[in-house]
Design a protein around this ligand. Structure first.
Ligand code: ATP
Length: 348
């Protein structure tokens, strides 16, 4: 069993708060992704779980053990980092075997374990090569195999795909998801890439400035972002956000008037996703000149400017217009999200 609990965990350096009151129970075998922009505290959280950083406050539990005082090597976690420091003078076989030697695992079991781990990441053919003779993706897989070979209860992965090209990222991503399922381990995975988070996670933790903004399944976070930060961080393109005013159930902003919304009067930020709105001949709730047009292959992304905000809508791939042409956009009220104009928190 490797349930992980973070109980009110904080990390401070002097007056600076790197991680603030992180409180979460991660289920045995769950795939949890920590997502957020650079500097939000993802790596620090991970390093505290690994034992590489001491929390300033709070408790960390792995299974039924409080691990605050345990050395990293005694925590039964294996880590894969973005810089996967392989030993350049050892071949792939010896690199993968290394953790077994260090940990004093019975040498008669090494060969079978190394071969099993390398087969899982499809490295069998490369066992005799040195790291310099491998591609970036192959090196990354050696790092994965080196984590797998230890048969840990917990995998900690910090941006393990960031050195790979786009195509290799997608295939290695699928491999990681499959491995974590097959090995039945609890995985905590750090990324600032929301697509990686959405495709891998059972649950996503969205962080900003050391503070957890929302925890939920990818669908929950996509469909019901807790605040404007989460709304603007998740989705490609991000949710459209327009600042305006509610009065009598109607939302007004420059070039925009949307009726039939369930929110009290006052300053609000209205959000909707590009795929939920459409370009119409006339009579839409937004009328604005085109700022830019992007061909996506299966659709055309039409972007207009409203006040200071850019608002994008998916149109048919046959849609034809020029920059500065006026377009009319229909936004179904039941696909609108409303956030408090001051705090950014969801109100409807
Ligand atoms: P990235 O995606 O860029 O790796 P991150 O979300 O992983 O970012 P962390 O590395 O956890 O961010 O850092 C969180 C904050 O804590 C940052 O503002 C960072 O500058 C600060 N920080 C990290 N380590 C220290 C340290 N040893 N002393 C002081 N501040 C630190």
């Amino acid at each position: 069993m490797a349930e992980i609990q973070l109980r009110n965990v904080c990390k401070r350096w002097g007056g600076f708060v790197g991680v603030d009151d992180f409180d979460l129970r991660i289920a045995d075998r769950e795939f949890l992704v920590l997502l957020g922009p650079s500097g939000c505290g993802k790596t620090t959280t991970m390093r505290m779980i690994a034992g590489l950083e001491d929390p300033s406050d709070g408790e960390i539990w792995i299974g039924d053990r409080k691990v605050n005082q345990l050395e990293p090597k005694d925590r039964d976690v294996a880590m894969v980092f973005q810089s996967y420091a392989l030993y350049p003078n050892l071949n792939v076989y010896e690199n993968i075997r290394f953790p077994l030697k260090v940990r004093g695992v019975d040498p008669s079991t090494h060969d079978e374990k190394v071969r099993r781990a390398s087969a899982m990441v499809e490295l069998d053919e490369f066992l005799h090569r040195r790291p310099a003779e491998l591609s970036g993706g192959q090196r990354q897989r050696v790092a994965l195999a080196r984590a797998i070979v230890r048969e840990p209860n917990v995998f900690l992965m910090d941006e393990p795909l960031s050195n790979l090209d786009a195509k290799l990222r997608v295939s290695t991503r699928a491999q990681i998801k499959n491995l974590s399922h097959e090995l039945k381990v609890t995985t905590i995975y750090v990324t600032h890439d929301q697509i990686e988070a959405m495709t891998l996670a059972d649950r996503v933790v969205v962080m900003e400035k050391g503070v957890v903004q929302q925890v939920g399944s990818p669908t929950e976070i996509y469909d019901n972002p807790a605040n404007t930060f989460v709304a603007s961080f998740i989705g490609s393109p991000a949710m459209n956000l327009i600042e305006g005013e509610m009065a009598g159930g109607s939302f007004s902003a420059p070039r925009t008037r949307i009726e039939g919304l369930p929110a009290p009067s006052g300053k609000v930020t209205l959000g909707f996703r590009a795929e939920d709105a459409r370009v119409v001949e006339s009579g839409g709730q937004i009328e604005a000149p085109i700022y830019t047009l992007e061909l996506l292959g299966d659709a055309t992304m039409v972007t207009v400017r409203i006040g200071g905000a850019l608002v994008s809508v998916r149109a048919d791939k046959t849609f034809r217009a020029e920059i500065d042409d006026m377009v009319s956009i229909e936004v179904p009220p039941d696909h609108c999200h409303l956030f408090d104009g001051q705090t950014g928190q969801r109100i409807a």
